[in-house]
Design a protein around this ligand. Structure first.
Ligand code: TYM
Length: 333
């Protein structure tokens, strides 16, 4: 049986990178597979300082954004991670399986902790172990994510494998990262070598799914590019990361390959390409923004969806933790 599980941090806005890299695939998978689980990774969000008022608002806002983007809570299970305590319970056990050396290799920790590694929270260091628990607790087979999460999922597989070997069991299924689509790595609009990210201090670096048409047009107009025209051959975009990123975004939104996009714009400069990209982006995003603005008003509905989703998720997570407790030698609950 296929079991699809994935999460997103409820910090800031849903942006085009999240949408094209992951959420669009969540929606596709939800339509094909019954029993998908999608959660708001609020336990992950507090690995760095998060103001409690903002966090609570962001959990609800992100839930509304996911539903606006097409997640249907009658088909998929949508919930905040913290309301399913089995994630944290399993994470502790897995902390005792994962090795410090494995976590030392995680590039995201190095990026996020920056120069002050000693001052980073232990939660930030152990973050990928919680992420492993998030998927292993449901015995996930497929985890739809963007390219940047690949290393974390490889670690989840290593942890699952070591647990199975140490305890001579086949309890855990090894999860597959499912990285699909034409924009598995959307880059910043200001710097073609950095990924589009919620944590970038410049809002001009990303397109939020809440941006209005004028804001989107301005951000694309000001996006960093080069003075060259667009070539016909995608290979000629090598060494032009900003150009390639905009072409990739266009292709992902229009569902076209790089070559197909370039065939339409060959010989044109960004003065012609950018307005076309802005128009396409607005056309794709405006319906999501409109639904989001409606949904986010209805806090009672959002809380109801999340509460019911958490109850359903717990039903699936509880037996795994019971099995794990039994396996490691704890007394039955
Ligand atoms: P997060 O919240 O940073 O991002 C959510 C999803 O969006 C993808 N993504 C991108 N894809 C393409 N281009 C980009 N610029 C871009 N930025 C973000 C991410 O790959 C991700 O799929 N650690 C995770 C949340 C998490 C999780 C999990 C994911 C916690 N537990 C278990 C999967 C399974 C994170 O911070 O994603």
């Amino acid at each position: 049986m296929k079991r699809v599980v994935s999460g997103i941090q409820p910090t800031g806005n849903l942006h085009l990178g999240n949408y094209l890299g992951a959420i669009r695939n969540w929606v596709r998978m939800q339509d094909e597979e019954p029993g998908c689980l999608f959660f708001l990774a609020d336990l992950h969000a507090i690995t760095v300082w998060n103001d409690p008022k903002d966090l609570r608002a962001n959990i609800r806002a992100m839930a509304a954004a996911l539903m606006a983007a097409g997640i249907d809570p009658t088909r998929a299970t949508l919930f905040p991670q913290s309301l399913v305590p089995e994630h944290a319970e399993l994470a502790w056990i897995l902390n005792c399986i994962a090795r410090i050396g494995w976590l030392n290799r995680m590039t995201q920790f190095k990026e996020k902790s920056g120069k002050d590694r000693e001052g980073a929270s232990i939660g930030l260091f152990a973050y990928p172990v919680l992420q492993a628990a998030d998927v292993l607790v449901y015995k996930a087979t497929h985890v739809p994510v963007g390219e940047d999460q690949k290393q974390h999922l490889e670690l989840a597989r290593d942890i699952a494998q070591k647990f199975n070997t140490d305890y001579e069991t086949e309890l855990f299924t090894l999860p597959e990262p499912y990285i699909q689509g034409r924009a598995a790595r959307v880059m910043s609009l200001r710097d073609g070598s950095a990924k589009m990210s919620k944590s970038d201090p410049s809002d001009m670096s990303r397109i939020n799914l809440t941006d209005d048409a004028d804001t989107i047009a301005t951000k694309i107009k000001k996006a960093k590019t080069d003075p060259e025209v667009l070539p016909a051959d995608p290979a000629l975009l090598d060494g032009r990361p900003e150009a390639r990123n905009l072409v990739a975004i266009y292709g992902a939104l229009a569902d076209q390959s790089e070559a197909e996009v370039l065939a339409q714009f060959e010989g044109k400069g960004f003065g012609a390409f950018k307005p076309a990209l802005a128009e396409l982006t607005v056309a794709k995003i405006a319906p999501i923004t409109a639904r989001y603005n409606e949904l986010r008003q209805d806090i009672a509905y959002i809380d109801d969806v999340l509460g019911k989703g958490a109850a359903r998720a717990r039903e699936l997570a509880r037996p795994t933790v019971a099995e794990v407790y039994e396996t490691v030698g704890f007394l039955a609950r």
